[in-house]
Design a binder for this molecule. Sequence first.
Ligand SMILES: *Cc1c(COP(=O)(O)O)cnc(C)c1O
Length: 406
Amino acid sequence: MVHSRHRDKQTVADEDSSRGRSTIAVHAGESRQKYGDAITDAIFCSSTFTFTDSQSVIDFIEQKQHREEYGRYGSPGEKFVEAKIAALEGGQEAVLFASGMAAIVGLLMTKLGHGDEIIFFDECYHRSREFCTKHLSRYGVVTRQVPTCDYAAMEAAITPKTRLLISESPTNPHLSCIDMERFVQIGREHGVETLIDATLATPCNLRSIEAGVDYVLHSATKYLGGHNDLLAGVVIGQSDSLEPVRNLRGVMGAVSAPHNIYLLARGLKTLELRMDRHNKNGLAVAEFLQDHPRVERVYYPGLSTHPYYEVARRTMRGYGGLVTFLVKGADWRETADVIDAVTIPRIGPSLGGVESLIEQPMVMSYYGCTPQEREQYGIPDNMIRLACGIENTEDLIADLAQALTI
Ligand SMILES: *Cc1c(COP(=O)(O)O)cnc(C)c1O
């Protein structure tokens, strides 16, 4: 039997919603006075939770008592961090998962059944697309992909069976930005729910819930955790819509371990400070690359040359640390030489941590694809994705300058 986990009716998070992001990030979701009078939350390494007597078991099952039962259904640390993230995003409730992909899989498996249809913009995280096209299809869910930001195509693809409209914003790795108003309006007009994967934006740069999106999703592995030391994912939305998601998570068992949760809560406290630096580094690096003779094209929403600059400027507070660019006239090997020549960013997948990371999508994530598939996904051989960390801006630029002279 699966029990939904009930949130403490602690109103701290609600009261906090008018405060600044950092105030919320540091304090929301936490009790003021904690176990052992410690200022930090305890890490409860407990797989199960005990009852004083049989009556208290019955009271819990009859939902007269809100408490923990068994680690797969929730834990005390998880409760704090979920409340903190819900407050940061301005949503009613958050459900934490073991990774971003677990969150996507959990949400889609909950909301979709045989015969249902979903529509998503085609620029997206490779594994999200893979889950929809390769796996959901086996359960009779039909996936329709339409060109990113083609709102007319999205609307035209809606049928009475459509259950969910899905997009990232900004997209990975092309950094296209969604016009939230139009996206939400299409969903509302047709009675279809909307989902935004706002991993690249964070609640600091984009206010998806305020724009009316039904579900906001983050890979907390990236900026929310922020230190390249954990995996987690989260879905934020209305409590009643998320209750079945929470129940399925309890069945899937895609929960985070207590130490992981502690690291996430700790990372979140500096989210806004880190984002300010990621935003600064991203913009400065994009501007530097844009003027560089060896660079063919830069994808960054903060550049006035970016196709979605106006949308981004209207809806975002900053544009994040991810910068994608093409090395002019370079084949895959010459592009790899640029990557091999940098001395500060490490070579690796992922983004959003304090350490800068650099990669060639053709080599890192799309090596197994055919050239035709890479062309279809918009991944040329000379594309580099740089995830700026929080290092000093001048150092990152000087490092890129020397790598590009090679
Ligand atoms: C990384 C990422 C994911 C997947 O998250 P994991 O935590 O790695 O499972 C999903 N969406 C986007 C946009 C991502 O960048």
